[in-house]
Every structure is written in C-alpha cells, then in structure tokens.
Ligand binder design. Sequence first.
Ligand code: CP
Ligand code: NVA
Length: 328
Amino acid sequence: MSPLPTSLQHGVPSTLPKGAPPVRHYLQFADFSREETTYILERAAFIKQKFKTFVRHHPLVDRTLAMIFEKASTRTRVSFEAGMYQLGGSVVHLTTGDSQLGRAEPIEDSAKVISRMTDIVMIRTFEQTKIEAFAAHSRVPVINGLTNEFHPCQILADIFTFIEHRGPIEGKTVAWVGDGNNMANTWLQAAETLGFNLRVSTPRGYEVDAKLASSAHGSCGSSYKTYSDPMEACAGADLVTTDVWTSMGFEAENEVRREAFAAWRVSREMMAVAAPNALFMHCLPAHRGEEVEAEVIDGPQSVVWDEAENRMHVQKALMEYLLLGRQD
Ligand code: CP
Ligand code: NVA
C-alpha cells in the first residue's frame, strides 16, 4: 500500500488552501474593525442584489457549515441554512438533544472533532465563555449565533436594514428601550465601532453591563448614554428598537420582569416623539402588547420583516469573508 501523502501524515487540515487567511472568529461585534464591518455590509448589499436577480454566487462549493443550537431558533437556523446553500455549500445541524454535546462531551473535544470535518461553525449557546472555549480549540471560523451576552449577526442585519432605508448610520441616534440584554450589549459595541449615538433606557436592575460590552475595545463611553425615562431616550431618535423582556434561559424571571418592564413597552407615544421618519426594529420573536404595541410593530415605521430577511444576506457576506477574505 502506498503511504499517505506527506501533507496528510500529521493531520494537516486538508480543507485550508495554501495562502488562506488566518482563522478568524466572529464571537462579538467588536471582533471586527470599522473597516471590516463596513466591507461586510457593502458585500452583503452586493450578494443580496445578485440573489434577488437570480445571478448565481457559489464561492463556497464543497464547504460545510456546522450549526450547533443549544437554544431554540427560527430565523438564525433558516437564514444560516438557506444562506449556506445559496453560496454553494452545505449544512450540518446539531442540537444538544441529538448530539454528544448534551451528554457532557467536553466542548474542547467537540470543537476539535467538528472543526476537522466542517469548514465553518455557527453556535447558539448560553455563556459567552462556552463559545470562546469552542473557538479556542477550533481549526475553522466560529460565528456567534447568540449567547447570553451577545447577538452580533442580528445587529449586523439591523444596521444593514437601517442603511437600506435611511443611508449611513454614522452620527445617527438609536434608542434602545427594554432589557439590558445580549442585543443591548451588542448595540453598544456597534455604536463604538461605527460611530453612532446610542441611548439606552432600561428599568432599574436591568441595565447593560458596559464593562462587558466594551471588553474588546476598551470603552463604550463615548457613544452611549443611559436614560431612566424611555420617552426621553426616544425623543428625536432615528431608530427605536427593543426586544423581549425575558430572554431565553431566563424564563424563571418571567413574572417579575413583566412587572418591572411595564413602562418600557414601545408605544405609539414613544414613536411620536422620535424623529418624524424614525424606524422601528425588533429582532423577533415579538410579543405584541408586551414589549411593543401591535400598532407599532405592525405600523408604517416598522421594518421588522426586512430586518429578519437581512439576517441571511449579511451572514452570507460574513461566511464568505471568514472563509475567503476580502473579495473586492
Ligand atoms: N432574531 C433571532 O435570532 O431569531 P431566532 O431566535 O428565531 O433565531
Ligand atoms: N434577547 C433574546 C433574543 C432572541 C433572538 C434572547 O436571547 O432570547
């Protein structure tokens, strides 16, 4: 029998072409510079335009995306799965319940195995430390599909959607009304990275953790301001945005939160004090009558359906960038 080619004898990854860019991960918004984020947003517009006009774009033929879900999902699953197929690649879907991840196989071991067989990994999990541990032992790029702390793909889509409707976001004002959660933390990083103003209004006890959000770049101080009154936060804002009062994993706090957040429901009054052409966004799933009035989310200022669709377009650009680098 002839020996293995030298390149395979020591476990050299067979999927990384010579001269390939070093492995990068997207674990939080601040992992990318302003320049890289701007490139991805521009590339997403190009890829979206191609897709909408039925022009084939298959840069990831033979590449496989592993999607690992430890929490429920509709948009993240569909957008990553459809997006990867549209780029010419394929997808493996894993959950805690149907893999050894749920039977306590160490995350480091899972990372080593999964990243030998696939080319890029998307993970939705609980603590940020879990995705960081996976990435530290992965040979391939890892993307955060939501953790307790961050949801960077969603904010990428939100900013793309804002730009589509209103042009550059630099210098604009975004009002966050509600929980100081993974979405709020990521807005903080985005404001710092891209240079827009963020106003955050949360009930007492549910504030954003600015230290956590700023860990990558040192300071979010310049771009964000807190408000105890949500009406004040919304006054003159170009975008009003919110999210559920109880995020996944915090369901035991549901009742307490419902009381604490009662004054933080995005209302027609809040939209009325915002800028006349202000947009409304919500990452979805939404609870009408809870964090937002039905008249707002289903009203003329809401762009939530574009926002959901754009997850797919920005993530296609993100996967292409992580695997192939800049294409322009
Ligand atoms: N917005 C979002 O991430 O939706 P899913 O939980 O449905 O993936
Ligand atoms: N903050 C929410 C977002 C859901 C997409 C959660 O973590 O459940």
